[in-house]
Write a protein that binds this ligand. Structure first.
Ligand code: FES
Length: 170
């Protein structure tokens, strides 16, 4: 159901004139550059914080490309997100070494402690849980990345401590 508050605007910036203008500015500045799609998506992700399906449609119409091309890029690179992220992110590597090392037990423990699923954000907007592909630290598997800091050889019993540290941050 469509909400008439700021939450709607956060997910659909195109419904918000100021944010729509930001997207148009990014499009106008970059649409004729080589590799313009990546440049545009990177800038939207950095400035707005996510590339929602509504923004993807808007970009596709504006630069006249199939929206499937944008979906392909967004789903391939974990840098992009289609929903606003929380203030802090906790990412679980699901690459082969981490998977074999027990990353799914870490995810289960975090789900139980935080009360959300992968891809979701806590109601207070503090923590987003995500999965990530290999981050290049396989020798330390299983790996958890908290706000871009890599924690290696994480055991399920350490998850509570990592979450407490996040809660203590601003
Ligand atoms: S598989 Fe997790 S860091 Fe490489």
């Amino acid at each position: 159901m469509e909400q008439k508050n700021n939450t709607t605007y956060a997910v659909d910036p195109i419904a918000n004139r100021e944010l729509a203008q930001q997207v148009v500015t990014i499009l106008e500045k970059n649409k004729n550059k080589p590799g313009s799609l990546m440049v545009i998506l990177n800038e939207v992700q950095s400035k707005i914080g996510f590339v929602s399906p509504q923004i993807q449609d808007f970009i596709a119409n504006y630069i006249k490309i199939p929206v499937s091309k944008i979906h392909g890029v967004i789903s391939f690179y974990s840098f992009y997100t289609t929903k606003p992220r929380g203030k802090h992110t906790i990412k679980f590597c699901t690459g082969t070494a981490c998977y074999v090392g027990g990353s799914s037990q870490l995810v289960d423990k975090a789900k139980q402690l935080i009360g959300i699923s992968l891809g979701d954000t806590t109601e207070d907007g503090n923590i987003t849980m995500e999965e990530t592909r290999c981050v290049g630290a396989c020798s330390q598997a299983p790996v958890v990345v908290v706000d871009e800091v890599i924690h290696g050889r994480v055991k399920p019993s350490k998850i509570a401590q990592l979450i407490r540290k996040i809660d203590k941050k601003d």
